[in-house]
Design a protein around this ligand. Structure first.
Ligand code: PEP
Length: 251
């Protein structure tokens, strides 16, 4: 059996952060050396901070990513940014299909797939989010929902360098709730099998992150579950101590 992929801990700052928040990034960078070669770190600030953060993080072990991109490379799409613009600003990753985009911006699986293809076109790592609602979990419809999202939103071609999957149960995001370890293991195992079946030899190495109310106090338990190759962290990624505390659980 192939060895487990190196963990990735990615922070999604959502619509939080002003110029002064660069101090948190600088603290993360100052500590990041101890994860070198053992865990990868990525911070996804709002688009307004992308270029500034990429400049600060240049040459450090912390990568910078964006939270969304448009599917087209350029054009009359007021307010949007393209994958190429993210790369040009110094970003190396982009989150696509976050449940907040899927629900507040009515993004379909087809939209998410187009964005994941755009990420590949611009040579960004796509961090592609999937996850069930509370109603779907209660109706025992979690795995069919995940399968539909994977069928509809995976990019046309992928490998372990271009794609990361984040399993984020919608009901666990920002609520303090997390699924039990058996439930996390079941979904991550399901996603792994799916990737292996579709990944033309690369599915074993694609990282599958868990996301939803991860914090330093529960990170060890969540990150030691089979096929959990890191975390996508929202609220707890805004503070360097919490983010680094979560990353330390990978070691
Ligand atoms: C997220 O929105 O990607 C997320 C995981 O949020 P939180 O950690 O705050 O639940």
């Amino acid at each position: 059996m192939a060895s487990a992929p190196r963990p990735l801990v990615a922070g999604n700052w959502k619509m939080n952060g002003l110029g002064a928040s660069a101090a948190e990034l600088e603290k993360m960078i100052a500590e990041a050396g101890r994860f070198n070669g053992r865990a990868d770190l990525t911070i996804c600030p709002p688009a307004t901070l992308l270029a500034r953060f990429a400049g600060i993080a240049k040459g450090s072990p912390v990568a910078i990513g964006a939270q969304d991109c448009h599917a087209e490379a350029s054009g009359a799409f007021t307010g949007d940014i393209s994958a190429e613009m993210i790369a040009d600003a110094g970003g190396s990753a982009v989150i696509v299909g976050h449940s907040e985009r899927r629900s507040y911006h009515q993004e379909s699986d087809a939209n998410v797939k187009a964005k994941a293809n755009a990420a590949a076109r611009a040579k960004l790592v796509a961090i592609l989010c999937v996850g069930e609602t509370r109603e779907e979990r209660e109706a025992d419809a979690t795995l069919p929902r995940i399968e539909r999202q994977l069928n509809g939103s995976l990019p046309d071609h992928f490998d372990a360098r271009s794609l990361v999957i984040a399993y984020e149960p919608v009901w666990a995001i920002g609520t303090g709730l997390t699924p039990g370890p058996k439930d996390v293991a079941e979904v991550h195992g399901f996603i792994r099998d799916y990737l292996v079946a579709r990944g033309k030899g690369t599915g074993e190495a694609v990282r599958i992150l868990y996301g939803g109310s991860v914090k330093p106090s529960n990170a060890k338990e969540l990150l030691s579950i089979a096929n959990v190759n890191g975390a996508l962290v929202g609220g707890a990624s805004l503070k360097s101590d919490d983010f680094l505390g979560i990353a330390a659980a990978c070691l």
